[in-house]
Write a protein that binds this ligand. Structure first.
Ligand SMILES: CC(C)(COP(=O)(O)OP(=O)(O)OC[C@H]1O[C@@H](n2cnc3c(N)ncnc32)[C@H](O)[C@@H]1OP(=O)(O)O)[C@@H](O)C(=O)NCCC(=O)NCCS
Length: 215
């Protein structure tokens, strides 16, 4: 690992611990939907490559398989999702019965940050979180499909050392990940604990003020 990589790794670790990112479950679909419906037409275009209608976004959220994919979210003090990222390993569903499934080695990541929360490093933190998760699952290649006009996303990809191939205004950004190590496993475990604690504290505060019907 070069000095630059070591410095980047430490900065990433500090950033990840400073921004609680929680792994969401199927029960969080309504929150994810609310976040995505809050994106305007331009942002939907940047996120999905298409200015999806509300109904199509609803269909997309309904279709997320939380057993295979992971969805990461960042909550504000009112427990609304400010940012979310969908990590989707490329699972081979064509494996014949009786044959051991080959573990996926490639995963795709797509993310969005609410307009009000941009420029605070949430997008970068989500990407770093997804990279750590990918490493710990044995994924070797993480890729993102974006539009070349997406300057913030291009910046995140470049900072992560991703290789970017351009074609007709679209870009595929790939990064080859190092294998999991003790630090990556520990980092993800700590991140999840911090996120659970952060969520519980916010929930408690809201409940104590009678401001939020969260159980
Ligand atoms: C792309 C997106 C996720 C970035 O979220 P964010 O939380 O604002 O990102 P960050 O704060 O981590 O900033 C990322 C970097 O981009 C830079 N950046 C932001 N806007 C930029 C712009 N217009 N031009 C150049 N760089 C820009 C930031 O300065 C930062 O770089 P730095 O860390 O060196 O300062 C957010 O803008 C978004 O949700 N857009 C709509 C959906 C989308 O495009 N999704 C990605 C498709 S997969």
């Amino acid at each position: 690992m070069t000095l630059d990589e070591r410095i980047r790794d430490r900065l990433d670790a500090a950033r990840v611990l400073a921004i609680p990112i929680k792994e969401l479950g199927a029960a969080d679909r309504p929150l994810l939907l609310e976040h995505l419906l809050g994106l305007g037409a331009e942002d939907r275009y940047l996120r999905f490559g298409n200015p999806l209608s509300d109904a199509t976004i609803e269909h997309y959220v309904d279709g997320i398989n939380f057993n295979e994919a992971a969805v990461f979210g960042i909550f504000d003090d009112d427990l609304a999702l400010m940012a979310a990222g969908h990590f989707a390993p490329h699972v081979n569903h064509a494996t014949p019965p009786g044959i051991a499934e080959v573990k996926p080695t490639v995963a795709e990541f797509g993310l969005s940050v609410a307009e009000r929360a941009r420029g605070r490093g949430l997008g970068t933190a989500l990407f770093v979180r997804a990279s750590t998760h990918a490493r710990n699952l044995g994924i070797t290649t993480l890729f993102m499909h974006c539009l070349t006009q997406n300057k913030a996303m291009m910046r995140i990809a470049r900072k992560a050392g991703m290789e970017i191939s351009h074609s007709a205004g679209e870009a595929d950004a790939y990064v080859t990940l190092a294998p999991a190590d003790a630090a990556s496993v520990m980092r993800e475990a700590m991140q999840e604990q911090i996120a659970l604690f952060d969520f519980a504290v916010k929930q408690q505060l809201l409940n104590s003020r009678g401001m939020h019907p969260v159980a």
